[in-house]
Structures are given as structure tokens and as C-alpha cells.
Design a protein around this ligand. Structure first.
Ligand SMILES: Nc1nc2c(ncn2[C@@H]2O[C@H](COP(=O)(O)OP(=O)(O)O)[C@@H](O)[C@H]2O)c(=O)[nH]1
Ligand SMILES: [Mg+2]
Length: 453
């Protein structure tokens, strides 16, 4: 019965500021395009304005604005705009949520593709700039922040991530509500001198306070669970989105984690065992990827999904070495890691996708980052070598100890085997005498358990 809904189409708009070269501009659009596709839209085209900044009423100059409006079917000027009778789209655009269209945009003039209904601006713009652009183009306008917030909203799985994202989303929506007050919202009063807008704002404030309480509770619970685990051998894959973290995770652990040519395919941290299994076993976490211009409130939701990774003893910092803008990505990742307090954890730089880099560039990469590992997640030999490097790292962190296990405490044997490598096992009058190798934290914990009468 239902007809297939057409894919919404979007035009990407960027301001290429002084000092930004064409390669960086292309990369930025490519990334934004992937974000937009993750939302389920199709990229219909791009439009670049070379300009000193993104200030101004409409982000674009009047010429570029007219060009854009010609594509979307708007007037190209701000003000005095009324919805064309042929389009029911406007009503949709006025709703606060991004919705999938229930029918094609105005196709009366053309049998070709429907007009793009979305204009996606590759920067963070102000609520009034957004409204002005909507006004002049007749399209729904989203900025980079809005796109990212929306993707996080769709992909959050754990309760904590969901709460964090709702918080970020409310904070993003609130100033946009405020803005609509000056745009004529005032007359919608709801008695006692209170406008619907004031109500909305109060609701948002209440809800934010509620979310904050719930999050604090979850974080307290998590802290407890975590401290029970912090003597395990853990490595975490971190880095820019699409760098190949999940691919490496898969290769290292033989697990079926999601690998997708999509941004933010993974929001929640997953943990698997390094294979072939070591003694004691090493746990590998795959984490959400970073991205430039990450809305500040979403950094908090990163923190929640990354907290687990932050307890890792080693961060595997993955970069897509075949990307011409990899250095900018590296910088973004470093900044986010600093912001969430992970810069003190030892890390190893992995220059991934080496199969896409030619010999000359490979040499240049290694000269520039002598401590890094250049590899491809698609090469079994590279992955095996990485595994050895990880094992060697933990080998330096472990110490040898002797544990005496009285016959009355044989129940601890399983735990010893799980958390240490048993090098030798002997028996004397008291019980079992085990020579083990493990992390100091694990050994201390076992010794405490053995000391209890
Ligand atoms: N050519 C090549 N592509 C890779 C390599 N590692 C990952 N990819 C591709 O890069 C894309 C993103 O990979 P994914 O593991 O999902 O990245 P994540 O976002 O960091 O988890 C996928 O299309 C992978 O197939 C590699 O070493 N070489
Ligand atoms: Mg991933």
C-alpha cells in the first residue's frame, strides 16, 4: 500500500575561508556528505562561497544566495517570503524535528529529480542565520552541529548515551526556540502573561535538570562496576571517525563488530578479547570516532562512551594515513582526548590504510612519525605484528610473584588462572604454590583475597 518514499536531497554549502585550500575544502565536504548520507539523505550538489568568514545575515553573499535559491526553488532574498501554493513542504519545514518527507517535493515543473529540500551548512551557524537562509531558499536548513546531534540521537544505544544525547539535543534546540520569539512567536500567549515559548523554555530547563540527575546516578553505578575491572589488561582503539578502528578491532579479535563506511556507525564502546587468546587475556575496546567541530555538549557523551576506554593501559590511536587531511584529523583527535582527560594514557600511533599510500608517501610518513606503526587492517601480517606489539607492551607492565594457595582456598584457583599467567605450580604441606606473572594490580588483589582468613 505504501509507496516508496523518495530519498530527501540536500545541497551542501560551505564557506571557504582565507587560508583554507581546495583540498581541505573538498575533504570537509566529503566528510559532511558522509554525515548527511548517514542521516539518509542524498547529496544533490555543493556550493562554495569564498569569503573571509561566516558572519552576515545569511552566511552567503547575495549572488551565491540567489544561485542556491534557484536550485531549491526559493526567492533568493530574505523577507516578504510566503510559502508557494504548490508546495506542502513548508509545513514540514516548520516542525522542529527533521522528518522524512511523505511525498516528493514539487515536481510539477520537471520530471527530473525533485528539488533539494535541505540545505546543509558546513559550519555552525546562528539560529537567525539559519532562519534567514530558510526564508530565502524555501528549504530546511541544518548546520553541521545539527546534523551531528541528529546522528548521535539515532545511534545512541545505551541508556547513558541516550540521556547524554538528549541533553545535547535540548541545548541545541533551546536557543533556536528563543530566536523564534522575535520572529513572531510572542502572540502565541498561553495566559497569565506566559508565552508558549516561556513554557517550552521552562520545560527544557526542568528536563535538563532531570537528565543531569539520572546521568549522575548511572555514572556512580558505572564507577563501581569499573573499579572491579581495573586490573585487567586493556587496550582501546581511539581516533578520527572512519580511520579503521572497527576494522582493526575485527582483525585483532576475530569478532563481527560493525564496519561501515558511515560516520558514527559505532556510538557505544564494545569490548572483545584479543585473539589468539593470551594469558592473561587482553581486552580490546572499539570506541566512537572523533570529528571536527564536534558540538561541545556531545564531547560529554563521548566521555561517557569513552570512560571505559580511558581506563585502558594503552590507547591505539588510529589515523587514516591515506587521507590528505590526516594531520588535521590527528589534531582534532588529540584535542578531544585532551578535553576528556585521556592525554596521560600511553598511546601508540597507528597510521592505517597503508595499502592506499604509495612508497614515497610511506617513507615521508615514517620520517615524520618515527614512533608510529604504518599498517593496513586488511593485511593479516600487519595485524599479527600489531598483536605482538600489544603483547610486548603488557609484558613490560607485568611482574612475577609467588602465590600460596591453601587447600581451603582452592576456589580461588580459577580466578588466578584468569588474571595471571601461571608459570609454575607446586605443592607443599600448606597447599599449592604458584609462580605467576600478571599486572601489579591483579596480583595485589589476589594476595588480598588469599590473606583473608
Ligand atoms: N584500503 C583500506 N581500507 C580500510 C582499511 N581499514 C579500514 N578501511 C575501510 O575504511 C572504512 C571505515 O572503516 P571502519 O573500521 O568502520 O572505521 P572506524 O569509523 O574508525 O571504525 C571501511 O570502509 C573500511 O573497509 C585499510 O587498512 N585499508
Ligand atoms: Mg567504528
Amino acid at each position: 500500500m505504501e509507496t516508496k518514499q523518495p530519498t530527501p536531497r540536500a545541497i551542501l554549502v560551505g564557506v571557504q575561508m582565507d587560508g583554507v585550500d581546495d583540498t581541505a575544502q573538498d575533504a570537509s565536504f566529503k566528510e559532511l556528505g558522509r554525515l548527511v548520507e548517514t542521516l539518509g539523505y542524498e547529496v544533490a550538489g555543493t556550493l562554495v562561497q569564498k569569503r573571509g568568514g561566516i558572519g552576515g545575515l545569511t552566511v552567503l553573499g547575495s549572488g551565491k544566495l540567489a544561485e542556491l535559491a534557484a536550485l531549491t526553488g526559493g526567492t533568493g532574498v530574505v523577507g516578504g517570503w510566503t510559502a508557494p501554493k504548490t508546495s506542502k513542504a513548508r509545513a514540514r519545514f516548520d516542525s522542529a524535528d527533521i522528518v522524512t518527507p511523505d511525498e516528493p517535493a514539487d515536481t510539477s515543473k520537471s520530471v527530473d529529480l525533485p528539488r533539494p529540500e535541505f540545505v546543509i551548512v558546513d559550519h555552525e551557524i546562528s539560529p537567525s542565520q539559519s532562519r534567514n537562509l530558510e526564508n530565502a531558499t524555501g528549504a530546511k536548513v541544518l548546520d553541521r552541529t545539527g546534523v551531528i546531534v541528529e546522528i548521535f540521537h539515532r545511534h545512541a544505544r545505551s541508556r547513558e548515551a541516550k540521556l547524554q544525547v538528549e541533553m545535547a539535543r535540548l541545548k541545541y534546540v533551546a536557543p533556536r526556540l528563543r530566536e523564534s520569539a522575535t520572529g513572531g512567536g510572542r502572540q502565541r500567549g498561553v495566559g497569565a502573561g506566559e508565552t508558549s515559548l516561556d513554557l517550552d523554555r521552562r520545560n527544557i530547563r526542568d528536563r535538563l535538570a532531570e537528565l543531569k540527575d539520572q546521568l549522575e546516578q548511572i555514572q556512580r553505578d558505572n564507577d563501581q562496576r569499573r573499579s572491579a575491572r581495573n586490573d585487567q589488561l586493556r587496550v582501546a582503539l581511539v581516533g578520527y571517525t572512519n580511520a579503521g578502528k572497527s576494522s582493526l578491532m575485527r582483525a585483532l579479535t576475530g569478532s563481527e563488530v560493525l564496519v561501515a563506511d558511515q560516520l558514527f556507525a559505532t556510538l557505544d564502546t564494545t569490548v572483545r578479547t584479543l585473539k589468539p587468546e593470551t594469558k592473561p587475556r587482553i581486552l580490546v575496546s572499539d570506541t566512537v570516532g572523533f570529528i571536527k567541530q564536534l558540538p561541545h555538549d556531545l564531547v560529554a557523551s563521548f566521555r561517557s562512551t569513552l570512560d571505559e576506554a580511558l581506563e585502558a593501559s594503552l590507547l591505539l590511536f588510529v589515523v587514516d594515513a591515506s587521507d590528505p587531511t590526516y594531520e588535521a584529523q590527528l589534531e582534532v583527535s588529540r584535542t578531544v582526548l585532551r578535553e576528556i582527560g585521556a592525554d596521560s594514557v600511553p598511546s601508540l600511533l597507528l597510521l592505517n590504510k597503508s595499502d592506499q599510500v604509495d612508497a614515497a608517501d610511506r617513507a615521508a610518513l615514517m620520517a615524520k612519525h618515527p614512533d608510529a606503526i604504518l599498517l593496513s587492517s586488511k593485511s593479516p601480517a600487519d595485524v599479527a605484528a600489531l598483536r605482538e606489539t600489544i603483547i610486548a607492551f603488557f609484558e613490560t607492565k607485568m611482574e612475577d610473584a609467588e602465590l600460596v594457595l591453601p587447600y581451603a582456598k582452592q576456589g580461588l584457583l580459577g580466578e588466578i588462572y584468569e588474571n595471571t599467567r601461571v608459570l609454575n605450580e607446586d605443592y607443599d604441606a600448606v597447599g599449592r604454590v604458584l609462580k605467576v606473572r600478571g599486572l601489579p594490580g591483579a596480583i595485589a588483589r589476589l594476595q588480598r583475597a588469599l590473606a583473608v582468613q
